[in-house]
Design a protein around this ligand. Structure first.
Ligand code: GCW
Length: 682
């Protein structure tokens, strides 16, 4: 039946493939569960509902094994049966959140075991096991051990208290402050379930452009209600802390982080929060950026600000995620360099429970950016990653963009901080600098739209974020494969072409928006559609001409020695690569170099022609995506099919809009014709 995508990737419809169904039905006869903690009850229900749905028959739950084909789940503490299996040595390495999936004989009966050290580990293992069935994997001789590579896997909601969502394209905020705390919308539980299914274990409820009111008692009781609803699913709640809150809601004259009264105010406020929410995660802060207050107001450093809050949450084991997205129009320097210049000197000055939250690139979630030079540059500080899941700069609510390739490209980038192989992923997961405390954040794309994310395919980015946060070594292709099978169908005729379409989708957008390292050409302020001509705004760093620097000689931002020298912020091997026009990967060419229009690119074409080819290729790929999608008609429900088909048609128009606008605009500088054989822009 149609649900317009509400169930996300958690569809437990009866398996259609008869042979698969038969095999699973033989192998899986009952669920054996002991223990009744809230988390175990959630896991038990998931397993029962999942199996019953997928197998098309009621699968009973019992306390002990009554037949072959039992699925036994639990921890040594919750289940005597699990304890009796003597798995201690195998369980040890999977830690607090990991799990084992094993096929084993118990008293001569072939059984499947989902074992963990903790209840939430059992829940994660349950979802993994169900995923195996949903994707038609062989489950006859399981021997899986899985544990997350990153400790805190957190969604950032840019949700305002009036329920608008900054950069949200999927309706309004899920948090219904008006009806909280008394009314717990089923949607909160479905949200928590979806997150748990991909290992997300934290959520920042409020916008980084923060409203201090959420820290008042009136709101805290509502936040508590949400925290209570999410807790069984292993999800901790965090809030954004507005730096000036002591003045706005505390009646103080200052918010100076070195003022003892301000410090005392935050301690007291924090204690109050923990009195409602004993496992409150901590604070996320945007300070001194885009109009937000911060330590700069008192001539203090980012570390002074972060440490004040860190000291307040430390007695409760809370953390502070302090954003590095700090830049100012009053700083007369390339925006690319500002966060690095501000934070690098503070390396080692942050408390142990502070993570500096760094966007993947130095500017702002562009369709493509080279990795942020801070990664690897602060070995004595914990750095966490911030990705944007919502598509602010990637076509917003109408474009199909599968973002695993973007996230992977950044995570796999080599910083050379400690020689070759010092990838961004190793900085983030803590292995490079031996940090136990590690975190990754994704700016959510979730809202009240029936399908949660607006575009059906945007669900894949929520899914991807969770899967990569758990294990960044999974390939883009594997994630797409899983997601398609769970969300739509296992039929090869659907899976293969749709996977190809997804895997090409990000590059297509880069091509029709900002090829060859161009960036920030979007419409002013809303960032929707092309605006390469944007200039003369109150802030130069919010215009497009600032970034592309096109003139009759060429195009691109010179960030080498002859320009802003931002390349100097990278480690020497990277510097040498990005800084040398001959060695710079072409995808970053105009990010780092101002390049003559007749410069010969890798294809042999001159730069202007290559630009025209890329823009055109972007549009062509969208047209191929449309054709691909047309071939799968009838293989899935009409609702979702039509939804995607209509949006692809919109995307094709928008891709053309981008191509035409950019080529016609840049042509006023290059003064060269569109190469023969390419569609003329109109
Ligand atoms: O990308 C920019 C967005 C702002 C956002 C800011 C940030 C929340 O345009 O809307 O504000 O980044 O990340 O702080």
């Amino acid at each position: 039946h149609a649900d317009d995508g509400y169930r996300l990737w958690q569809r437990y419809d009866k398996i259609e493939d008869a042979a698969k169904l038969n095999g699973y039905q033989q192998a899986l006869a009952e669920v054996v569960f002991e223990g009744n903690s809230p988390t175990l009850l959630v896991a038990q229900k998931e397993l029962k509902d999942g199996l019953s749905g997928l197998l098309g028959k009621a699968v009973p739950v019992s306390q002990r094994i009554t037949q072959a084909g039992a699925v036994v789940a639990g921890t040594p503490a919750s289940s005597a049966l699990i304890k009796s299996l003597g798995l201690e040595n195998r369980l040890k390495p999977v830690g607090d959140e990991g799990y084992l999936l094993l096929t084993t004989d118990i008293n001569g009966r072939k059984s499947t075991v989902i074992a963990a050290n903790t209840d939430v580990g059992v829940l994660y293992g349950t979802f993994h096991f169900l995923r195996l069935l949903q994707t038609h994997q062989d489950i006859n001789s399981l021997s899986v051990a899985s544990a997350p590579k990153i400790k805190h896997r957190v969604l950032n909601h840019w949700d305002n208290l009036d329920r608008t969502v900054e950069r949200g394209y999927a309706g309004f905020s899920l948090w219904d402050w008006h009806r909280l705390p008394g009314y717990i919308d089923q949607r909160y539980l479905d949200y928590a379930r979806a997150n748990a299914s991909i290992g997300i274990n934290g959520t920042v409820l409020t916008n980084v452009n923060a409203n201090a009111l959420v820290l008042t008692k009136e709101y805290l009781v509502k936040v508590k209600a949400l925290a209570d609803a999410f807790r069984p699913y292993g999800i901790k709640v965090y809030l954004t802390a507005r730096f000036s809150a002591p003045m706005e809601i505390g009646g103080m004259k200052t918010a100076d982080p070195l003022d003892p009264q301000v410090q005392a105010w935050w301690k007291e406020k924090t204690n109050e929060i923990y009195s409602y929410i004993p496992d409150f995660g901590g604070f996320l802060v945007k300070a001194d950026s885009e109009g937000q207050p911060g330590p700069h107001n008192y001539k203090r450093t980012q570390a002074d600000g972060a440490n004040m809050l860190a000291d307040a949450v430390a007695p409760h084991n809370g953390i502070v995620m302090w954003r590095a997205f700090v830049y100012s129009e009053h700083t007369p320097d390339d925006r690319h360099k500002q966060a690095f210049n501000e934070f690098k000197p503070l390396d080692g000055k942050f408390r142990d429970n502070v993570l500096v939250q760094v966007k993947n690139g130095a500017i702002d979630f562009q369709p493509r950016e080279p990795f942020h030079p801070l990664f690897g540059a602060m070995p004595n500080t914990k750095l966490m990653m911030e990705f944007q899941i919502t598509q602010e700069y990637l076509g917003q609510g109408t474009n199909l963009a599968y973002l695993a390739p973007l996230y992977k490209e950044v995570l796999e980038s080599d910083t050379y901080a400690k020689g070759k192989g010092s990838t961004v992923a190793k900085v983030v997961d803590g292995t490079l600098d031996n940090n136990k405390l590690s975190a990754i954040a994704g700016v959510s794309n979730i809202g009240t739209d029936r399908n949660w994310t607006g575009h059906q395919f945007a669900q894949s980015n929520w899914y991807t974020f969770g899967r990569l946060a758990w294990d960044h070594s999974i390939s883009s292709e594997e994630i797409a494969d899983e997601w398609i099978k769970m969300t739509f169908t296992n039929k090869d005729k659907f899976v293969d072409p749709v996977k190809t379409m997804m895997l090409n989708s990000h590059e297509a957008i880069v091509n029709y928006m900002t090829p060859l390292g161009l960036h920030h050409l979007m419409g002013w302020s809303h960032h929707y559609g092309p605006g390469p001509w944007i200039k003369d705004k109150p802030r130069a760093d919010w215009t497009s001409v600032y970034y592309h620097q096109a003139d009759e000689n060429g195009i691109g931002f010179d960030r080498t020695k002859t320009g802003s020298n931002a390349v100097a912020q990278y480690f020497p091997p990277v510097q040498k690569q990005f800084g040398n026009i001959k060695k710079c990967p072409e995808k970053y060419l105009l990010w780092f170099h101002h390049v003559p229009w007749d410069y010969k690119t890798n294809s042999g074409r001159i730069l202007w022609d290559e630009l025209a080819y890329r823009y055109t290729a972007g549009v062509d790929t969208v047209r191929q995506m449309q054709q691909t999608w047309n071939t799968v008609e009838g293989m899935i429900d009409e609702e979702r099919f039509n939804h995607v088909k209509m949006l692809l048609a919109v995307q094709e128009q928008e891709a053309k809009w981008w191509r035409d606008a950019c080529l016609l605009y840049f042509q006023t500088f290059s003064k060269r014709p569109i190469p023969q054989g390419l569609e003329e822009p109109e």
